[in-house]
Each structure stands twice: as C-alpha cells, then as structure tokens.
Design a protein around this ligand. Structure first.
Ligand SMILES: Nc1ncnc2c1ncn2[C@@H]1O[C@H](COP(=O)(O)OP(=O)(O)O)[C@@H](O)[C@H]1O
Ligand SMILES: [Mg+2]
Length: 281
C-alpha cells in the first residue's frame, strides 16, 4: 500500500508561523477531501494540539460540521542518557508515522521552535519541508547569514545547515529527495527596502541550498483571531462556519484576500493531487 505523504513544518525560531501555517494546510487538505493525520512534536507548548482541541470544541458547541484530522502528540523522551533519549525519540516517531501514514493520505508534522532531536528526526523523514520565516532580518539569520551591512550573502544559517545535513542523511539511506520550501510570513502590505532585501537574499539562498521560495503570507489580524475557535480562513469562507464568523472579523474583501493567499500557498507546495482540488476550497 502507498504510504501517506509527509509534510513537516520546521524552523528553529519560535513564533515564525509554523503552527498557523500547519493548521491551514491541515484544513485545506481536509476540505479537499484527503485523509489527514497530524503530529504535534512541540510537547511543551502543544499549540497545534490546543488549536485542534479548540476546533473540536467549536464544532460541538456551535453545532457546525468541521472536519478534523486524526491528531497525536509526541513528547520528547526524558531518559537520563542522551543516547537513550535519542533512541526513544527516533522509535516513537517511526512507530507513529508507520501507523498514521498507512491510513492517511497526508501526515502533517508541526515541530518545536528549537533544535531538538525529535525535530531533526522529523526533518529527515519529510517529503516536503515548509519553513516559515517572519519578514525580518533577525529571523532570517537562522536561515541565512548576511554581513553587517546586510548586503552580502555570507553563508547558510544554522537551521539551513541542519536541513541540508538531514537531507543528505536521507539520501544516503536511499530515500527520495526532500522538497524544501521557505515561506515568507507576516509580510507587510507596504513594500520596504528591508522586504526587498529579504526577497533578494532568499532567492540567492535558494540556489545555494536547494530550497524553493513560496508566495508569502501577509500579516493579518484574522490569523491571530482564529486560534480560540480553532478555525482557519478556509473554514470561514465556506459553509457551515460561514454564518458564524467572529464579530470582529475583517471585511469580506479582506477575508477573501486571506483565503486567496492561503490557496496560493497550498498551490506553491506542489503536494500530490492537491493543486487540482484547490477549486474545492
Ligand atoms: N500571517 C500572520 N499574520 C498575523 N499573525 C500571524 C500570522 N502568522 C502567525 N501569526 C501569529 O504569530 C504568532 C506565532 O505564530 P505560530 O504559528 O504560533 O508560530 P510558531 O508555531 O512558529 O511558533 C501567533 O500569535 C500567530 O497567531
Ligand atoms: Mg508552534
């Protein structure tokens, strides 16, 4: 049997939009009719888990029919010996993945914002890796190093080096290549010099480390508001959640713009069979 396709959201920087973009992909895949499982590797914060719990609670309280993934959490091993902890983490991930990937079309994994072993192991098994970065030079530093003037590309950053290592390890074990996509998140609607510089730098990085750059996602209040109800902009633009939008929701036009940018993002991921089903979202 063909196993499910694994999409990992990772960046060692916290607050870059991993959980928010993961939950939007999950909801998009569900509305597109796929069988979806999700794995939260951020055992401390469990933001994805909380998001999905809120989603289930909204469905029950408001009587709306919201699709939910099969969701599980893995907490990192607390074994005393680092070696033993690594072994336990690797085994826990392999066990969950073999079970979930056998019964679902996609497994979406949300990583913690730190360099944990569990997170590295997930990067090694990713068919597609999505790395959201906030549109700031400080956040860019994990992915690419610039000189003091911010002009010259010096080297791939610590996180990019880790990704390249995991991809090599995967290839060395006979695995297929990994598609790595960097996503510019929380972009300002007003183009700035800073933003242009980040765009140019990422284009150069993509040629060096072999990643692709997706169309970005804007900074919008709506993305922050939806957590408590466990919803995504894709839920809000369709029945049955349509009549139950938050009172403070942005205007129709702005919601439609958010929905379009999420659809563009999903399209840019080039996931198997997803692009031709985007019309359903
Ligand atoms: N495009 C966006 N516009 C506005 N706020 C956003 C956007 N993406 C994420 N956020 C907010 O930024 C914060 C960090 O996002 P989160 O997805 O939790 O990041 P991570 O999982 O990488 O730590 C959250 O408060 C979230 O609501
Ligand atoms: Mg998170």
């Amino acid at each position: 049997m063909r196993r499910g396709y694994i999409v990992v959201f990772g960046n060692e920087k916290g607050g870059s939009g991993k959980t928010t973009s993961a939950v939007h992909l999950i909801s998009g895949l569900l509305w597109a009719g796929f069988r979806v499982a999700s794995l939260d590797l951020d055992g401390r914060q469990q933001s994805l888990t909380r998001y999905l719990e809120n989603r289930a609670a909204t469905a029950a309280a408001e009587g709306v029919d919201l699709l939910c993934p099969t969701h599980e959490v893995i907490t990192a091993s607390t074994a005393d010996s680092a070696r033993q902890a690594r072994r336990e983490d690797t085994m826990a991930l392999a066990e969950r993945l073999s079970r979930l990937a056998a019964a679902h079309d996609f497994v979406v994994i949300d990583c913690p914002g730190s360099d944990a072993h569990l997170s590295r192991a997930a990067h090694r098994v990713a068919d597609t890796l999505v790395t959201p970065i906030n549109d700031s030079l400080l956040d860019l530093d994990m992915v690419v190093r610039l000189d003091a003037a911010g002009k010259t590309f010096v080297a791939p950053g610590a996180y990019a080096v880790m990704v390249v290592e995991q991809r090599r390890a995967r290839l060395a074990r006979g695995g297929a290549g990994m598609d790595w996509i960097v996503l510019r998140n929380r972009m300002s609607p007003l183009g700035s010099r800073n933003s242009t510089m980040i765009g140019e730098t990422l284009d150069r990085l993509s040629a060096v480390v072999g990643c692709r750059i997706a169309r970005g996602v804007r900074d919008r209040v709506i993305y922050r508001q939806l957590f408590l109800r466990g919803l995504t902009v894709l839920d809000l633009t369709r029945e049955p959640a349509k009549g139950k939008r938050p009172a403070s929701a942005e205007t129709e036009a702005s919601l439609a713009a958010a929905r379009d940018e999420v659809r563009h993002l999903l399209d840019d991921l080039w996931l198997p069979s997803l692009s031709r089903r985007l019309g359903r979202l």
